[in-house]
Design a protein around this ligand. Structure first.
Ligand code: FE
Length: 344
């Protein structure tokens, strides 16, 4: 719809996450989805770059023939094999799945920031691979060669189908539901489940005082990712409020089914990473951990928990709390005016 000269001011009551007036999208005020603006401001306080983190200790450890066991090297390479393509998948969905169809300017503002953060994450993995002089073609191609990575990515990429078509448009029940489904899958599963056993592996290394530079990179990534997840949950809950007809019983069951399938894919992946178990982490622990976080994601959007298992890795939430307290900017060469606040 073209902009109309001397048209009436934008009515805040017409602001909607999807199917709002397209001509209004370039106008930030009046702002209805103020939570998105808060996310945008907080994300800007979290600015960081991979090249600001020293990789020296990791380089020495990786080079030293007895620095890491064969299993430890394999575990680290496998999680990098997942990470290196995962953030590109997330970025593509933000730009080509979400952005175009969102009619709230403040939500678009945060999505622009989120897309940039996904690029920084891919940069961080590239920087780790380059610093450790790993074989790029091996790591970056692992998603095609390792079944457990391929299966996760194939599952997620299936949800781009339809939405990425140039002709896809929201505005009817089926398309709106498909759009909501895409957001549920990318937030709850991709950002809420599929990254977490890999995060846990890296923090497992850190607890052994190994690969501490890589672990610091991943701490900043995990802080960004947990904002992406929380933002996605806000979006899903707001979409439910604005479009309650989409949240049918059948739809809810379908999302629960996807989360159950993803939980299986994720612990199959963890088994690939730890065929024998290293430093107290093993496949059984991961199965419980993944089930535990899957339940938490479901509950946040009002869906029933499926597994009811205890968290076997309470130190994962400690890792989050620790990095929250840490003042990244005290130790950095580059200074950011707004830096210093490390909040989720
Ligand atoms: Fe993300």
């Amino acid at each position: 719809m073209p902009v109309q000269k001397h048209a009436r001011p934008v009515d805040i009551n017409n602001r909607r996450i999807i199917n709002g007036l397209e001509a209004d999208v370039i106008q930030l005020y009046p702002m209805r989805h103020t939570f998105a603006w808060d996310y945008y401001l907080r994300a800007n306080q979290n600015h960081w770059l991979p090249t600001e983190i020293s990789m020296q200790l990791d380089i020495e450890l990786w080079k030293s023939p007895n620095g890491l066991s064969v299993d430890e090297r394999r575990a680290f390479e496998t999680v990098l094999g997942f990470f290196t393509t995962a953030d590109s998948i997330a970025a593509n969905n933000v730009v080509m799945g979400f952005y175009k169809h969102v009619t709230s300017p403040e939500i678009r503002m945060y999505l622009l920031r989120q897309a940039y953060e996904e690029a920084i994450h891919t940069h961080a993995y590239q920087y780790i691979v380059e610093s450790l002089a790993m074989d790029e073609s091996k790591i970056f191609n692992m998603y095609r060669e390792v079944d457990a990575i391929f299966n996760k990515e194939e599952f997620i990429l299936g949800f781009n189908e339809g939405i990425f078509d140039g002709s896809f448009k929201t505005g009817d029940f089926a398309s709106d539901q498909k759009f909501l489904e895409n957001w549920c899958v990318f937030s709850l599963i991709m950002e809420g489940i599929f990254f977490y056993s890999s995060f846990a592996v890296v923090f497992g290394f850190k607890r052994q005082n190994k690969l501490v530079g890589s672990a610091e990179q991943i701490e900043y990534i995990m802080r960004d990712e947990s904002m992406h997840l929380n933002f996605g949950i806000e979006i899903i809950n707001h979409l439910k409020l604005e479009n309650p007809e989409l949240w049918t019983r059948e739809f809810q069951d379908r999302i629960v089914g996807y989360v159950r399938k993803a939980t299986e894919l994720e612990y199959t992946f963890a088994k690939e990473v730890f065929p024998t178990g290293i430093f107290g982490l093993n496949a059984q622990g991961f199965e419980d951990y993944i089930k535990h976080i899957a339940d938490r994601r479901l509950e946040r959007v009002g869906l029933p928990a499926q597994y009811g298992v205890q968290n076997p890795f309470p130190w994962m939430s400690e890792s989050i709390d620790l990095s929250k307290k840490k003042n990244f900017f005290e130790t950095r060469v580059t200074e950011y005016k707004t830096g210093g606040a490390l909040n989720w």
